[in-house]
Write a protein that binds this ligand. Structure first.
Ligand code: G3P
Ligand code: CA
Length: 242
């Protein structure tokens, strides 16, 4: 059975990439969490999808221009109000540190996506690996990125860390591409034009796992589970579990 991986936490119902969304994903039975990481002005790793905070918070501007303390002043409620179990803290921007401390208290896996395609964020790879290793969470982490140089950097630092290549378009022979760089997972968009049964079979033959993003209705979720891929990345945790 495919794992259900909560995209940015249970983001269909709670503010994406907040501790509230992560805790709710766990509460409703997800097997794992997908999240996005960026670096602050004072070099702290924070969890946020966009390089700017305008869309998801009541602030404005680039994460790289704020210190962590400054960012923690904002609410990251993503225009969602009257949320069950909301507290002052669990809708603030989380650090990777804080998230991993919480993860350690669960049995969840995490897919940590490096958002390094727009801002370079020097040092983010070394720092993220350090935080994971400090807590001995290596076996529960898959690092991914659309920037495949970032994944190469992870592998050069420690080839045993599990990684996935994210793509938006169809790769020719993705299983061979992953194998060539000794990357364990292929992370394509879920649509059938990009993820055919043949691709899944070819990946399986070479021992490459497939985690597809982001399927949010039951028809698509069921089709992915029927393909028997490793993970379905979804905003809709309760629907997927059902
Ligand atoms: O990791 C899967 C998915 O999250 C990639 O796209 O833009 O939602 O980060 P995006
Ligand atoms: Ca992501």
């Amino acid at each position: 059975m495919s794992m259900i991986i909560a995209h940015r936490g249970y983001s269909g119902k709670y503010p994406e990439n907040t501790m509230l969304a992560f805790e709710k994903a766990y509460e409703y039975g997800a097997d794992g969490i997908e999240l996005d990481i960026q670096l602050t002005k004072d070099s702290k790793i924070v969890i946020c999808h966009d390089e700017e905070i305008d869309r998801t918070s009541n602030g404005k501007g680039f994460i790289r221009d704020y210190t962590l303390a400054e960012l923690r002043e904002f609410e990251f409620r993503n225009n969602m109000y009257d949320l069950e179990d909301e507290t002052e803290d669990n809708i603030k921007i989380p650090t990777l540190d804080e998230f991993l401390n919480w993860l350690k208290t669960t049995e969840l896996m995490v897919n940590i996506e490096f958002k390094t395609s727009i801002v370079e964020y020097k040092g983010i790879v070394v720092k993220a690996i350090e935080l994971v290793k400090e807590r001995e969470l290596e076996d529960r982490v898959i690092f991914s990125s659309f920037n495949h140089n970032t994944i190469k950097e992870v592998k050069e630092l420690d080839s045993s860390l599990r990684c996935g290549f994210l793509t938006v378009a169809n790769l020719l022979n993705p299983e061979e591409y992953c194998k060539k760089y000794e990357v364990e997972y292929y992370h394509p968009m879920f649509v059938s034009a990009l993820l055919s049964p043949k691709i899944v079979t070819d990946c399986k033959k070479l021992g490459i796992g497939v985690n597809a993003y982001t399927a949010n209705d039951s028809e698509h979720i069921q089709a992915l589970i029927a393909l028997n891929i490793e993970g379905v990345i979804t905003n809709e945790v309760e629907l997927a579990i059902q």
